[in-house]
Design a protein around this ligand. Sequence first.
Ligand SMILES: Cc1cc2nc3c(=O)[nH]c(=O)nc-3n(C[C@H](O)[C@H](O)[C@H](O)COP(=O)(O)O)c2cc1C
Length: 302
Amino acid sequence: MIDLTVEFAGYTLKNPITTASGTFGSGMEYSGFVDLGRLGAVTTKGVSDKPWEGNPTPRVTETPSGMMNAIGLQNPGVDVFIERDLGFLEAFDVPVIVNVCGHSEEEYEAVLERLSEDRRVSMFEINVSCPNVKQGAIQFGTDPDMLTDITKKCKAKAGKKPVIMKLTPNVTSIADMARAAEEGGADGISLINTLTAMKIDIYRRSFVLANKTGGLSGPAIHPVAVRMVYEASHAVKIPVIGMGGVASYEDAVELMMAGASVVGVGMMNFAEPDITIRIIDGIERYMKDTGLERIRDITGIL
Ligand SMILES: Cc1cc2nc3c(=O)[nH]c(=O)nc-3n(C[C@H](O)[C@H](O)[C@H](O)COP(=O)(O)O)c2cc1C
């Protein structure tokens, strides 16, 4: 008997695999490759109150074992999201985690107010960690007092839905940030967002990305994610979604052993669009091979 289910913030997920925000849209583009109903949850691209244009191009570039992006949270805004994306997702038997972004407290609150009663939304993931937008976002995620405060405000507007705070790795102590989110009443935390990075074109003598800096993701950052998930999960009692460079079932199991209850697959969706399903199948094989009956039993064993 193999039990792939995991508990997360009051939900029982079919398995521990979700998508990392911004790498899977709302699943439409992937639905030819992935049966969305097989995922533990779909985590959407960041949704803001009003449409955001994002940053000027070029805004993505490849790096050894990864990529850098400075998309700047481009999205069509919550009205289009409700109509188009939630309209699409409701056909699938899969919990939806809506990733929320904003420049100010009021902007986060406005999105939460619009969605707090929507039965198609299971949980919120609050992006207080995007390194690519000029104001807001990253400030909330790097100052513990601000993080506690914004967590409380998001909780107040989220109705009965769980609130997961998404943390940035661009801090000195990830444990302090995890504690700050817990103190604000978060139902869970997710980490890591991208690591701030820079790339220079030596022949053009210019920055490769128009934004100068970008967020590094992919296998290059996986060992950093393992360390941070371990430190954050041991600092708090609330559950953790671990992500960062997951490219195989081994990487997913590793993040769970470090302390994650759920694992997000990000950049690798671009390289291998059906990777989420192959990771779920791989975890099942791993359990059979090692005699593990319940996947939830490995969370935080180290
Ligand atoms: C192109 C791109 C867009 C992203 N957009 C978002 C976003 O809208 N909101 C968010 O919280 N994280 C966003 N992220 C961060 C990812 O969700 C994830 O935390 C990070 O990339 C690390 O995981 P990975 O190495 O598996 O990609 C984005 C990442 C990439 C590569």
